[in-house]
Design a protein around this ligand. Structure first.
Ligand code: IDC
Length: 318
């Protein structure tokens, strides 16, 4: 067994749930029970690779109770760093090695891990579809034996990418993944920065084990988006919050505790999984660490930003 099932005298999240699949609207364990994953996302692996270390992930598993860790690999350039698609082969190899490391660490800790093809400024997933295909053809054989992996194939389609465009991309990439690794859960982004879960609810993809992405930033997205989530789930799809922030959609500004709490209630009601943005010390509200903290693990309470502390609370909710 590559994934640890018991640690510190307790069953790990993987030990409890085993390999995951989707049943109706629920992420489901091998015992047939619904599963809610909670966890943290890295910032862009192109500029913050150093946080993918086992001591960091172990601390979040042990002290924040996380059951999933998301490896956010930007496909395109951002913030002055090349993405997977526009860097060179050596850069791509570095990123794939990093992903493999992150997956191994998660497996060793008995938690799940999301491999995220993080489109953002490359707004339509079809822009880098050739490279996405290259990436999944290369990474899937290496990850096939790791039953703790979930694939996220397009973080946030936005300008110019409607549901038809996302379907076209999905119809190209999902068969590539399935051809190598037939069963793993695949999370598919939705239009308008992964907010339009109503689109797949009305017109779902014809594959099994698919979840659809909804992202919220609590100081920007409120009742209207929550009611979209309710309706999409009522219509029968599985929604996965693979990214949220306690602040505004730019990843900064004020912390909105009240709206975050309402989102947490909504997630609890539907048993929806959620993953918080972001593990870095960048000077922005969504970063879990204070800008003055340059440690890569062994953090104390004082090293966490105010946003980080609120995310910790969300992770540890009953
Ligand atoms: C933000 C980062 C910020 C970076 C920017 C562009 O927090 O440091 O400069 O991306 O790379 C998303 C995206 C996520 C964004 C985040 C906050 O998935 O990549 O990160 N956000 O803007 N969707 C909604 C918000």
């Amino acid at each position: 067994m590559i994934c640890t099932t018991e640690r510190n005298g307790k069953k790990t999240p993987f030990g409890i749930n085993g390999p995951l699949h989707i049943e109706g609207t629920s992420l489901t364990g091998s015992n047939g029970k619904p599963v809610q994953l909670r966890g943290l996302s890295t910032h862009n692996l192109n500029n913050y690779p150093e946080y993918v270390n086992i001591d960091a992930i172990r601390q979040f598993a042990d002290e924040w109770g996380i059951s999933v860790f998301r490896l956010a690999m930007y496909s395109g350039a951002a913030d002055g760093f090349d993405g997977y698609a526009d860097g060179d082969d050596a850069h791509r190899t570095m990123l794939e090695d990093l992903i493999l490391k992150g997956v191994r660490y998660a497996a060793e800790l008995g938690i799940y891990v999301i491999v995220d093809w993080h489109i953002l400024l490359d707004s339509d997933p079809n822009i880098h579809a050739d490279m996405a295909e290259h990436f999944f053809k290369s990474i899937c054989p290496k990850l096939k034996a790791y039953d703790n992996v979930l694939y996220e194939i397009c973080n946030e389609p936005n300008v110019g990418a409607d549901w038809d465009a996302i379907k076209r991309y999905s119809d190209r990439i999902i068969p590539v993944i399935r051809g190598i690794d037939p069963d793993k859960v695949i999370i598919v982004g939705t239009p308008n920065w992964s907010q339009e879960v109503d689109k797949p609810a009305a017109d779902p993809l014809p594959y099994k084990n698919i979840a659809y992405t909804l992202h919220f930033y609590a100081d920007t997205h409120r009742d209207e988006l929550r009611s979209k989530m309710d309706k999409a789930i009522e219509a029968g799809i599985c929604v996965f919050i693979s990214e949220f922030g306690v602040c505004d959609a730019a990843g900064s500004g004020a912390i909105n505790r009240e709206q975050t709490d309402l989102w947490m209630e909504a997630a609890k009601k539907h048993n929806t999984s959620y993953v918080a943005w972001n593990l870095s010390n960048k000077d922005e509200t969504s970063a879990f660490l204070k800008p003055s903290c340059d440690k890569l693990s062994d953090w104390t309470e004082d090293d966490y930003s105010e946003g980080g502390k609120y995310v910790k609370k969300c992770m540890l909710l009953p």
